[in-house]
Ligand binder design. Structure first.
Ligand SMILES: *[C@@H]1O[C@H](CO)[C@@H](O)[C@H](O)[C@H]1NC(C)=O
Length: 146
């Protein structure tokens, strides 16, 4: 539990969204899977009322036709998943969207507007900085006599 608190201290988000150089959208979900649950991921977007699935491997769930074959998911270390969504979906074209990810039943989300979108080159520095600090704090925790 404590690593979530530390992450908030340095403004490290559990879900981060950024734009790659080619216009693809990258959604990183740094959510730890819940213990004793089937390992699964589900990425979706919402405008407040309707939630639309973008990519998932939850059994019995499928992406919306708009996003089918328009994205791929890869695992992140030490846990979490990265969604890469084709620029041609124009997912942020009209309004702000809430990006939601569910990893083995743990849920996190972030609201993004097109104007908020950072290039991934800048975003990854932030996230890496956070995770580096986190790793340091965790190793100090581990080393501290208690
Ligand atoms: C979902 O994908 C992950 C990573 O590829 C895999 O470990 C997991 O078993 C998959 N879950 C299901 C329900 O297929």
């Amino acid at each position: 539990m404590y690593h979530v608190v530390l992450c908030n201290v340095v403004h490290c988000e559990l879900v981060s969204v950024c734009e790659e150089e080619d216009g693809d959208l990258r959604v990183d979900c740094h959510v730890e899977p819940r213990a004793n649950q089937i390992n699964s991921y589900e990425f979706s977007v919402s405008t407040g009322t309707v939630e639309t699935v973008v990519n998932t491997n939850v059994s019995g769930s499928a992406p919306d036709v708009r996003y089918r074959d328009r994205s791929y998911v890869e695992p992140l270390e030490p846990y979490g998943y990265r969604l890469t969504l084709n620029a041609d979906t124009h997912i942020l074209a009209n309004t702000h969207k809430t990006f939601i990810c569910k990893i083995s039943k743990n849920i996190a989300s972030v609201i993004i507007e097109k104007n908020d979108l950072l290039p991934c080159s800048a975003d990854s520095v932030l996230v890496r900085g956070c995770c580096w600090l986190l790793g340091l704090l965790l190793s100090l925790w581990g080393l501290a006599p208690h």
